[in-house]
Ligand binder design. Structure first.
Ligand code: AMP
Length: 290
């Protein structure tokens, strides 16, 4: 049995714990907003495989919410989260308060995430990625991780964190964990609990449509190995949006994007399908790497 899990709520306590670790310790870090599910726990397992000590943070980051109602209703399930992390053998959980991190309630300096943050989620939620990147940068400075694990579920977020680490030379390795799904294919997400039973039944259609579209694009690629006709791609994508709308989704975007720039592409090598669609009040995000 290892040490009991440390639960650290204020910054001085957390930094004291961190400084007491041997300098040779490899520290794995999993930043979260809590309401943990199997997807988050898979990130913990990946961090454990790559390090000696694992820190999980739980912080519902107000800087990355563009809608006050969304922030207010974000599920907070601290007792269950701590039990799951203790059972998973996590070494320390950092649960700062907003005031603890930002005594002036907001930072006056932040990370500008650049062009990767402009399309898709960035367009739908202005300021979201700047707020996310600013907190991640701050947590990296506090945790000083050797490796940090992020989910591919939030593909644009993952790419922005990778770019920040590369461009600003953060001394941390970023690991990407594949998306964990319910048995019917729906990507696990803290917001799924807000789906009505009828919406929950329909929600896996988003992933099914991504798979269908990927298969159509790949079939086109076999006929034309390097490049599919842009018109063909656009018609496959618009058919996908149409069938999601017919199933009751309000489609924000369903696009084929370059994995590096995240801009729309007509090359299916190094491409990712990115999708966001609303079912009732819930915005579902998913993606598929080609
Ligand atoms: P969140 O608490 O939603 O901010 O997510 C914390 C981390 O967990 C992020 O790196 C997410 O990408 C990752 N994550 C969320 N859902 C999943 C999932 N279904 N599978 C894998 N990783 C996930």
């Amino acid at each position: 049995m290892g040490q009991p899990m440390e639960i650290l709520r204020d910054l001085p306590a957390f930094t004291a714990w961190r400084r007491a670790l041997p300098s040779s310790a490899r520290v794995g870090f999993v930043p979260t907003m809590g309401n943990l599910h199997e997807g988050h726990l898979a990130l913990v397992t990946a961090a454990q495989s790559a390090s000696d000590r694992v820190v999980v943070s739980i912080f519902v980051n107000p800087l990355q919410f563009t809608d006050a109602a969304d922030l207010a209703r974000y599920p907070r399930t601290e007792t269950a989260d701590l039990a799951a992390l203790a059972a998973a053998g996590v070494d320390a959980v950092f649960l700062p308060s907003v005031d603890g991190l930002f005594p002036d309630s907001r930072p006056s300096v932040g990370i500008a995430p650049g062009s990767l943050a402009e399309p898709w989620e960035g367009a739908a939620r202005p300021g979201h990625f700047a707020g996310m990147a600013t907190i991640v940068a701050k947590l990296f400075h506090l945790v000083v991780p050797t490796v940090a694990v992020f989910g591919q579920k939030d593909f644009q977020q993952l790419r922005i964190v990778q770019a920040m680490v590369r461009d600003l030379d953060f001394p941390v390795e970023i690991l990407a964990e594949p998306t964990h799904r319910a048995a019917d294919g729906l990507a696990l997400s803290s917001r799924n609990r807000f789906l009505s039973p009828a919406e929950r039944d329909r929600a896996p259609l988003l992933q099914q449509q991504l798979r269908r579209t990927a298969a159509q694009l790949r079939a086109g690629e076999l006929a034309e190995p390097v490049r599919i006709e842009p018109v063909l791609i656009e018609s496959v994508l618009s058919e996908a949006r149409q069938s999601l709308r017919a199933a009751g989704f309000e489609v924000d975007y369903f696009a084929l994007c370059d994995v590096d720039t995240l801009l729309p592409t007509v090359q299916i090598e190094r491409a990712v399908l990115l999708a966001a669609a609303r079912l009732g009040a819930v915005r579902l995000l998913d993606n598929l790497l080609l």
